[in-house]
Write a protein that binds this ligand. Sequence first.
Ligand code: SF4
Ligand code: SF4
Length: 240
Amino acid sequence: MYIEQSTCIQCNACIPYCPVNAIVHNKEEGIVEIIFDECVECGACKYSGVCPTDSFVQQEMEFPRSLRSQFSNPLISHPDTGVPGRGTEEMKTNDVTGRFKKGMAGVAIEMGRPGTGTRLYDVEKVAMALAPVGVHFEPHNPVTFLMTDKSTGKMREDVLNEKSLSAIVEFDVPQSKLPEVFAALKEVTPKIDTVYSLDLACRLEDGFNPVVKVAEESGFKVSINGKTNVGLGKPLAKED
Ligand code: SF4
Ligand code: SF4
């Protein structure tokens, strides 16, 4: 995205609309401009309609720059998954897909948030820290598509400096390995320059969630904002 300087009247109205603070008033040069390397191509400035002179221009994007909008613009479906956003639908619809079987846990590490975003080199750091535990990266997740080696979590070199509003490292793992997953995550956390939230998905056992206690024992605070599927769907996979 860029601002057409011949029509911009420097009213500053657009500045609060950018979720990563990429729009700045450059007082020395007397212009309002977009810091190109910080922009995640989310489109919020342009499609909010805030600009009175319609000065935002969406440039053509080639790979790997195009990844920014695929990960950040909710109006764009990711070409590798066919769904808008950064994760896969299955994580939230286990009662239909049956993807996570008994004894298994689905894990998503949602990296970046409005105000920070995330660089893909930080996403790679997290993926590479978790791979040695023996996690199985979700093949339909857009981050997994960028891995050159799914056994190590290594990603393509040419995408690492790209920035997005958020990106999700998504995998499943036996519940017995969750303490190792949490330990690896804690070790890599100080080495990344963004925030993340941790999602856990599993089947209830005898009416109880078997992974909450494990997360709490590993020092993660479990939010009450959970999502419970009540099993009204028709799992495609067998029970176990
Ligand atoms: S496209 Fe998004 S990230 Fe880029 S300047 Fe506009 S609001 Fe900010
Ligand atoms: S809202 Fe439009 S005219 Fe106002 S500073 Fe932003 S780009 Fe310029």
